[in-house]
Design a protein around this ligand. Structure first.
Ligand code: SF4
Length: 124
């Protein structure tokens, strides 16, 4: 089976061809990449795709109603929607500082959800 993957490890965005081999030392035949990172990325993408999740969470007592957040590492692509469901269950209270941990070890991934920006409390 042959798949084409766009490498996102740098802005060049090489189109990397991955062909699964039925025999031989190497399991995959990789072509189209301009550096070794493309090979690594392509194999990870077809065997265990991961992503950094960026999203927003509800926040009270702030100038905006939602606070930008992200994972502090990559998580399995298949867990992204479950992760969003966990985030949607919570509502924060301002003030929040950039880097504050919003959810620790989300879904037992070893990855934390952290604030991507600070948000002050509104003065009433
Ligand atoms: S293969 Fe190398 S040069 Fe090409 S996009 Fe990936 S990291 Fe960049």
């Amino acid at each position: 089976m042959r798949q084409t993957i766009t490498c996102i490890a740098c802005p060049l965005g090489c189109r990397v061809e991955v062909e699964e081999k039925s025999q031989g030392e190497k399991k995959y035949l990789i072509s189209g990449h301009k550096c070794i990172r493309g090979e690594k990325y392509a194999i990870e993408e077809i065997t265990n795709p991961t992503r950094v999740l960026t999203y927003t969470v509800k926040i009270r007592n702030a100038n905006l109603s939602r606070l930008p957040i992200k994972t502090d590492g990559v998580i399995a692509k298949g867990l992204l929607f479950s992760c969003i469901e966990e985030i949607d269950k919570i509502e924060l209270q301002a003030p929040i500082r950039i880097g504050d941990v919003i959810i620790e070890n989300v879904l037992n991934t070893g990855v934390d959800i952290v604030a991507s920006r600070s948000m002050n409390a509104i003065k009433i």
